[in-house]
Write a protein that binds this ligand. Structure first.
Ligand code: C2E
Ligand code: MG
Ligand code: MG
Length: 708
């Protein structure tokens, strides 16, 4: 978020406030200057006019007293000629406007000009507020009165002790003109002075403003701009755009130092992130990209492909047998296998479509290849073939040779889906389809696959309660003694007749029951039902009673309570334990050998027979048989099928028979479909057999008749 109260704004506002204060201070100073100028001018004027007035008064008093003394005798003797002469003298004095001489009663006698017309006219006395200057050594008492700019001075004319008249002089303000000149000069000087002051004040203010502007510019350039650039770079780093720090140009000051450290820190963070990303996106075991890397790459590829309408194929590869490798040979071997597979897949991709593929380990034994280019559908098919061949090549490992296969599902963008998620889902579905239709092959995704998945979901749903609804039943396939051709027992096989779909094969619904956790309950029902049916089977006198063989899912064994369940069912049905055989596959045993051994020992101590089903398809090898306490093995149908043609199958079958003999175990050959197979097995000393050649699975009633 961008701060509202930025340094920039703070500085700007600070500067404005500072300038305002400065202007106010300067304005105040100028005003004060103006005030003092006015005060100085007025004060000076007043002082000077006071001085002038005082001078005028002194002169007036002196003149009046001199005139009064001089005119005393002529007045006493009424010597008008002398009176006029003296008055003329006074009248001629500078600034004297009027000269008046009155008698003791205040009647006009002379006015200095000899104007006799107004002789005897009474002269009004000076107003009462007129100032009196008392008599002193220099003369008689004087009365002063200012009217307008004229001074009237009145002094008595004495003859000894008698007052014989009065002298009145009127003086003009003689110096006001020179005072005005003086005032103007003073004002001029003061004004000049003031102008100079204001000029310097303004110049000082301008200088301060100029300095502030320069300071602001420098601050912006050296502090603000680098800080803002740093802020922008930090925001870019936060969003992972590390390269943007390259635009920073650190200078040689403290901020430059900070910037340099920031750049170093960013480089360290970028390095660190690259490393973290590398670790997060790499599969530690194989060194290929992992699920995360692939998802990211797929997303970004789809983005570009959408823009320029390109194609992409996604191959989902799943190893068919890795779980068995892990179970039998241990996880370290499993890991070695995965590493070798990764190498082979890389080589295959490089050989078929160099540079057009990306390979990742998606998890466990799943690998994904992205293929881009033109005609990806055809290319993907070729690549899938190459991958299948590469995986299938025998893999020598720890003095063994493993034969592995893979199932591949392929989906194409944009034909099948638009989103990464949906593409992966499609490919996974197609892979699953490849697996269920026989493994070791590839399948393209089709819309029909969606239906297949739907069908599976529906089957899982319908399977619940199928037994209770009476949709399930058991059939029994007899097992024969190959030496005398007699039926000695039968294997119980579960059938499900779906109300809409008809017969669903056990290869389909047993898997669903296992995955959906229904197989434990279902298995127990099969066990009880098989025992119930077997109770009705009787052998001819003198021969042992027929056994019933029940298939047990690895999950039932893993559950842990198999011996208890069997024991309870035996007690409830009343079937002798010797007449029950349990068939388990190698996988069930190898998942947890210790648990299997304990369970088997317990079951065998009850008298129940434990058989290994589908023997030869696992990885346990013959030596494994020594460690697991079993009563017999059933050689898998796949070996019997090619018995007459494939010498390897014959060798293995013969070996198993010999080994079982030496360990005191029973052997059943499964899936005998021809007389040739039957005869060969009998010839090689195989004690028991089972197959369509002798009998197909029968219903309960028919089975009972076989033993009779
Ligand atoms: P499995 O235990 O190996 O059973 C033998 C299978 O081989 C049966 O198939 C049987 O019909 C078939 N078969 C026997 N002789 C021949 C022959 O000469 N030629 C051919 N082509 N096939 C022959 P089915 O009944 O389809 O059972 C398949 C598998 O389903 C069984 O293999 C078993 O693993 C499983 N299964 C069947 N019923 C049950 C059950 O009640 N519980 C459990 N857990 N699994 C069961
Ligand atoms: Mg079986
Ligand atoms: Mg079998």
């Amino acid at each position: 978020m961008r701060p509202h109260w930025t340094l920039h704004r703070q500085l700007l506002v600070g500067m404005l406030l500072g300038s305002a204060v400065l202007v106010m201070v300067f304005a105040g100073l100028i005003w004060r200057e103006q005030q003092s100028f006015v005060a100085l001018r007025d004060g000076g004027e007043r002082m000077i006019s006071d001085l002038i007035r005082e001078g005028t008064e002194q002169r007036g008093i002196t003149l009046a007293r001199q005139y009064a003394r001089a005119v005393a005798n002529p007045l006493y003797f009424l010597d008008f000629e002398r009176i006029g002469e003296l008055g003329g003298h006074v009248q001629d004095q500078d600034g004297v406007l009027e000269v008046l001489l009155t008698d003791a009663e205040g009647r006009r006698i002379s006015d200095g000009r000899g104007d006799l017309a107004r002789f005897g006219e009474p002269v009004p006395a000076l107003p009462t507020e007129a100032r009196r200057v008392p008599a002193g050594p220099s003369g008689a008492e004087a009365v002063l009165h200012w009217a307008e700019a004229q001074l009237q001075v009145e002094v008595p004319v004495q003859m000894g002790e008698h007052r014989i008249g009065r002298v009145r002089l009127v003086l003009g303000d003689a110096d006001s003109a020179s005072m005005a000149v003086w005032g103007n000069t003073v004002e001029q000087v003061l004004r000049d002075n003031q102008r100079a002051h204001v000029f310097w004040l303004l110049a000082g203010m301008g200088l301060i403003v100029l300095l502030a502007v320069i300071g602001f510019w420098l601050f912006r350039r050296n502090v603000l701009a680098p800080l803002q650039a740093l802020g922008r770079a930090a925001a870019a780093v936060e969003q992972g755009r590390y390269a943007e720090t390259r635009a920073l140009q650190p200078r040689s000051d403290e901020i430059g130092d900070l910037t340099r450290r920031f750049i170093h820190m960013t480089e360290a963070v970028a390095r660190h992130e690259r490393e973290v990303r590398r670790i997060a996106c790499t599969d530690a075991l194989t060194g290929l990209g992992n699920r995360l890397a692939l998802s990211e790459s797929l997303e970004s590829r789809l983005l570009t492909l959408r823009a320029n309408s390109g194609e992409l194929a996604l191959l989902f590869i799943d190893l068919d047998d890795i779980k068995r490798v892990n179970d039998t040979l241990g996880h370290p071997v499993g890991d070695e296998v995965l590493v070798e597979i990764a190498v082979r897949l890389t080589a295959a991709c490089e050989a078929v479509v160099p540079d057009a593929t990306e390979l990742a380990r998606f998890g466990g034994d799943e690998f994904v290849v992205l293929l881009v280019g033109n005609a990806v559908r055809q290319q993907a098919a070729v690549l899938a073939q190459a991958i299948l061949a590469a995986v299938h090549r025998p893999m020598p490992l720890r003095e063994r040779e493993l034969n592995l296969s893979a199932s591949i599902g392929i989906t194409v963008f944009p034909d099948d889906a638009a989103s990464a998620e949906q593409l992966i889902k499609n490919a996974d579905m197609a892979m699953y389809q490849a697996k269920t239709s026989g493994k070791g092959r590839f399948k393209f995704y089709t819309r029909a696959l969606d239906e297949e998945v739907e069908r599976r979901v529906r089957l899982e749903h319908d399977l619940r309660g199928a037994w209770e609804r009476g949709e399930m039943n058991l059939v029994f396939q007899p097992v024969y003694d190959l030496t005398d051709g007699r039926a000695v027992g039968a294997e119980a096989l579960l059938r499900w007749k779906h109300p809409d779909l008809g017969l669903v094969p056990p290869s389909v619904f047993i898997g669903i029951a296992e995955e959906s956790g229904q197989v434990e309950a279902l298995g127990e029902r099969v066990l009880r039902e098989a025992m119930r049916v077997a109770m009705g089977w009787v052998a001819p006198p003198g021969l042992p009673a027929p056994f019933v063989a029940v298939n047990v899912s690895p999950r039932q064994l893993a559950h842990g309570d198999l011996p208890q369940v069997v024991e309870r069912a035996l007690a409830e049905s009343g079937l002798p334990a010797q007449r029950l055989h349990l068939e388990l596959t190698e996988t069930a045993i190898l998942r947890d050998e210790a648990q299997a051994t304990t369970a088997f020992t317990r079951l065998r101590s009850l008298g129940v027979g434990v058989w290994l089903d589908d023997f030869g398809t696992g990885f346990s090898g013959l030596s494994h048989l020594r460690r697991v306490p079993v009563d017999g093995v059933k050689i898998d149908r796949s070996f019997i099928t090619d018995l007459l043609r494939d010498p390897n199958d014959l060798a293995l079958t013969t070996g198993v028979i010999a080994m079982a003999h030496s360990l005191g175990m029973a052997v059943v050959a499964e899936g005998i479909e021809s007389e040739g197979q039957h005869d060969l097995l009998r010839e090689r000393g195989c004690p028991m057999g089972q197959g369509f050649f002798m009998a197909r699975p029968l219903d309960a009633a028919a089975t009972g008749r076989i033993f009779g």
